[in-house]
Design a protein around this ligand. Structure first.
Ligand SMILES: *[C@@H]1O[C@H](CO)[C@@H](O)[C@H](O)[C@H]1NC(C)=O
Ligand SMILES: *[C@@H]1O[C@H](CO)[C@@H](O)[C@H](O)[C@H]1NC(C)=O
Length: 387
């Protein structure tokens, strides 16, 4: 009779060897198999979520100038304009689905909202460098800074199809939007396997926002009625504080959802940024935002940021939708001398919760307000820190 001469330790060795082989082969197979590659194609989708008059145009422009970014500025504008009668609760779902399409470079999603299916009918399209660069338009080489005025003259009459082809060639698609007031409506996007969504939440001291909104009341009155779901005369001062209250509440809702009770799919996907911190260290702040979304900092963009944040001017003029070279730190403190203490007190009252959460110290007198040696910025500890 044949007797098996293999002893126990040899047997164990063979079993382990076989196991290791299976593991090695299957991981090799999985790597090759297309079913297991990243369905988002290694692309990153960024939502720069902010509110009106909070410096988001500036950060948006920085993204836009980056050679790897296809940028949309305020695409929600079209929906609010066209669907202004729709309740904001429904509107946010429509916006969410619209964003999904345009994150995936399906620019035909714009069609129902445009007069003609042309790239230059998209709201402030010329502020998107990618729409002024090849293959969308030969004007600006990708590694150059774009000039929106020149682009407006020279990149007209291009189809949405051409813009889509351009979008497909970028690793990063960035949307800057002020018309989002909650995080929950975006959850399906965060869980969508085709998207790799990162949210940058830009906030600013409500007192500075108030002062800036006072300057652009007329330009914002349609948006205000949607936010408050009713119509005011644009002269109403109550409206200003009610809108501020809504905005402040939305900051609290969003930040609490993302940091205190964050669902697992939000991990490493949310970053709150304070405008004032950015102003104190623009390059450092933007570097950390870029790092968060996996972008490098090209030299020409770094130089441009320096120039923009160290220019002339005081910000006393109303420049609702423009960025000009001016000293950003100066601008961020401007409200302290320009606003009356009554107004400051009133906005502090409606924004108390947001200010304490985000780290803005309230002032208790006009003297405190006007004494610029008192720093009103409290160190903010990012509880969902990832950079
Ligand atoms: C692009 O930038 C380079 C370097 O600044 C410059 O020499 C060149 O003229 C620019 N090209 C265009 C088309 O603007
Ligand atoms: C715009 O494009 C259309 C079709 O691509 C063309 O027929 C038309 O002549 C163009 N118009 C201008 C002003 O370039």
């Amino acid at each position: 009779m044949f007797r098996c001469r293999i002893n126990v330790s040899t047997l164990i060795f063979l079993v382990v060897l076989q196991g290791a082989t299976v593991v090695l082969l299957s991981s090799w197979y999985l790597q090759l198999s297309p079913c297991h590659s990243d369905p988002s194609g290694g692309r990153v989708h960024v939502l720069l979520l902010s509110s009106w008059r909070s410096g988001s145009s500036f950060i948006g422009q920085v993204f836009s100038q980056h050679p790897s970014v296809f940028y949309y500025m305020e695409p929600g504008w079209h929906l609010w304009k066209k669907l202004s009668q729709v309740n904001i609760r429904y509107l946010r779902h429509i916006i969410r689905d619209f964003f999904r399409n345009i994150f995936l470079c399906d620019l035909s999603a714009f069609e129902p909202y445009l007069e003609k299916p042309l790239m230059n009918h998209i709201f402030v399209w010329s502020r998107s460098r990618a729409m002024c660069s090849p293959p969308a338009c030969p004007l600006t080489p990708r590694g150059n800074l774009s000039n929106s005025y020149e682009c407006e003259q020279k990149c007209k009459n291009r189809s949405l199809e051409v813009a889509k082809t351009a979008c497909d060639t970028y690793t990063h698609v960035v949307i800057k939007e002020v018309r989002i007031f909650d995080l929950e409506s975006l959850y399906p996007l965060l869980q969508d396997p085709l998207l790799n969504l990162h949210i940058v939440h830009l906030v600013r001291d409500p007192r500075a926002v108030l002062r800036s909104r006072e300057q652009s009341q007329g330009a914002l009155s349609d948006d205000n009625s949607i936010i408050l779901s009713r119509r005011y005369s644009s002269a109403s001062t109550n409206m200003l504080y009610e809108v501020m209250q809504e905005i402040c509440h939305s900051h609290v809702r969003i930040n609490e959802k993302a940091s205190l009770k964050a669902p697992s799919f939000l991990k490493n996907r949310y970053k709150m940024v304070r405008y004032e911190d950015l102003v104190r260290d623009p390059l450092g702040g933007i570097n950390s935002i870029f790092k968060f979304v996996g972008l490098d900092m090209p030299e020409h963009v770094a130089q441009w940021i320096y120039m923009l944040t160290h220019g002339k001017g005081t910000g006393s003029k109303s420049e609702a939708f423009k960025i000009t070279a001016r000293d950003a730190e100066d601008v961020s403190q401007y409200w302290r001398t320009a606003l009356s203490y009554d107004k400051v007190k009133r906005v502090q009252d409606v924004c108390k919760g947001a200010m304490s959460l985000i780290g803005y110290r309230t002032v208790n007198s006009e003297t405190e307000q006007k004494n610029l040696n008192i720093d009103l910025l409290i160190l903010y500890r990012d509880q969902n820190q990832m950079v």
